[in-house]
Design a protein around this ligand. Structure first.
Ligand code: ZN
Ligand code: ZN
Length: 178
């Protein structure tokens, strides 16, 4: 699913010309797009609203520089208690589009503006969400997680087995990971 932005006006007007684009992604749900759902490591994130974005493009002569932000509401599972919860994500993004193929200092190619003078910002938005999404989402910083012995959600009450921690339990080490 591409989100094409036509840069013809900002290119025709010459160096210094700028263009601001605001939009909302089509959230079809069925499409396998990085803006409807994505994975970070083993964590699944599901976008519960379409993403809102605002991007500014500036003609810098040999390239067009883009900067802006994206906002989306997401749903994921808490790594401690495993319950689904919703949260909002705001991410900043920056990209440079060149007219000819070239690479950054890490050898990564910059996106190229082809003859259509249109660029796809979908990968940018997706990348920005990946950068900002939490590696270990927690539904509340006070989340007590699950009892490693009986699996009781400790947010809903004490199960009683926590009084005497069993360090030999196969899941005991998991407690330190989250
Ligand atoms: Zn939790
Ligand atoms: Zn328990």
């Amino acid at each position: 699913m591409s989100i094409l932005i036509d840069l013809r006006s900002v290119i025709d007007e010459g160096v210094g010309a700028s263009l601001t684009v605001k939009g909302t992604t089509a959230n079809t749900g069925a499409e396998d797009s990085g803006l409807t759902q994505f994975k970070l490591g083993t964590i699944d994130f599901c976008c519960t609203t379409p993403a809102n974005y605002e991007l500014n493009f500036i003609n810098a002569g040999e390239c067009v520089q883009a900067s802006g932000k994206v906002h989306v509401d997401l749903s994921t599972a808490c790594v401690r208690c495993l319950k689904d919860f919703d949260f909002s994500l705001d991410a900043q993004l920056e990209e440079t589009f060149f007219f000819t193929a070239c690479e950054d200092e890490h050898g990564e190619p910059y996106p190229v503006i082809d003859e259509s003078l249109k660029v796809d910002i979908e990968p940018l938005l997706h990348e920005a969400l990946l950068v900002e999404a939490p590696f270990a989402p927690i539904h509340d910083s006070d989340c007590q997680g699950l009892c490693i012995k009986c699996g009781t959600d400790l947010n809903e009450g004490d199960c009683g087995c926590g009084d005497e921690p069993d360090a030999n339990h196969p899941f005991a080490a998991l407690k330190d990971l989250v």
